[in-house]
Design a binder for this molecule. Structure first.
Ligand SMILES: Nc1ncnc2c1ncn2[C@@H]1O[C@H](COP(=O)(O)OP(=O)(O)OP(=O)(O)O)[C@@H](O)[C@H]1O
Length: 248
């Protein structure tokens, strides 16, 4: 069980996140939605100890999460990754295993096999010698998904995984999420996506600095909640889209 209690973050005295509490059980896929600047990335980073927490705690299996980061696979937002870095697809994924290698040791067969099967799972094995910057947005996202798989983590945090990806990549990601869920992993993702992926979540957190609502997507995406999070002018279009998505 992942437990977040009263999490609060401030940037130079300005509140970025206010007393957010929720928990996620093994095998749950949970999404975080909210307007631009709502604090979705801030929340993921604060949970991982990447930015200072002003108040609150984050525990996995009753121990602080930041002391067991080897159990977490984190894929940051695309804008935070240096796509010009001269590294091949294979080596990006291999980095997931270097933690276990130590200094001056080459990856052995088990590490290579893990990298190979992770790349095959996301249909990127054929492009393993390409530089990461030579790929499309969807292919790049699949490489980072492969890296997360090769890490064999217990918890997976994805910041905007569906942004800038093609339909094939979205389908592969949703299938992989399902597999991880059935393996009892914990999955937390932030998203701007209001399509198919939203209806596949077990639970949704609606955030705008504070947690406005939490529950099944149907429970959370009410006119009242959306009004609180986004303001009146966005309420109806989003709600209609979501209703038609659920009807599919
Ligand atoms: N390093 C920082 N220094 C100062 N303020 C920051 C910093 N990072 C984020 N903020 C501010 O904190 C608030 C929350 O930002 P955050 O990026 O977490 O929101 P978000 O919900 O992920 O937004 P988006 O959907 O646009 O990615 C915003 O007002 C943002 O300007």
């Amino acid at each position: 069980m992942l437990k977040v209690q009263q999490l609060a973050v401030s940037y130079r005295g300005m509140r970025g996140l206010d007393a957010v509490s929720f928990s996620i059980r093994a095998g749950e896929l949970v999404g975080v939605v909210g307007p631009n600047g709502a604090g979705k990335s801030t929340m993921l980073k604060a949970m991982l100890g990447l930015i200072p927490i002003e108040h609150g705690k984050v525990e996995y299996c009753t121990c602080p999460l930041h002391r067991q980061l080897e159990k977490v696979a984190y894929i940051p937002q695309r804008s935070q990754i240096d796509w010009d870095y001269p590294i091949t697809v294979w080596n990006v994924v291999l980095m997931a295993r270097t933690r276990n290698l130590g200094w001056f040791r080459s990856p052995g067969r088990p590490a290579n096999e893990l990298v190979k099967s992770a790349l095959a799972r996301v249909e990127m094995l054929d492009l393993r010698h390409r530089r990461i910057g030579e790929l499309s947005g969807g292919q790049q996202q699949r490489v980072f998904l492969a890296r997360a798989l090769a890490q064999q983590a217990d918890l997976f945090f994805f910041d905007e995984p569906f942004t800038g990806v093609d339909k094939k990549t979205e389908g592969i990601m949703l299938d992989v999420f399902d597999e991880l869920r059935s393996q009892g992993k914990i999955l937390l993702l932030s998203t701007h996506e209001w399509g198919k992926s939203l209806s596949q979540l077990d639970r949704l957190l609606l955030l705008n600095q504070r947690l406005i609502a939490s529950g099944t997507p149907q429970e959370v995406m009410t006119a009242e909640n959306l009004q609180q999070a986004y303001g009146t002018y966005l309420q109806n279009p989003f709600h209609q889209d979501f209703d038609s998505t659920l009807a599919c």
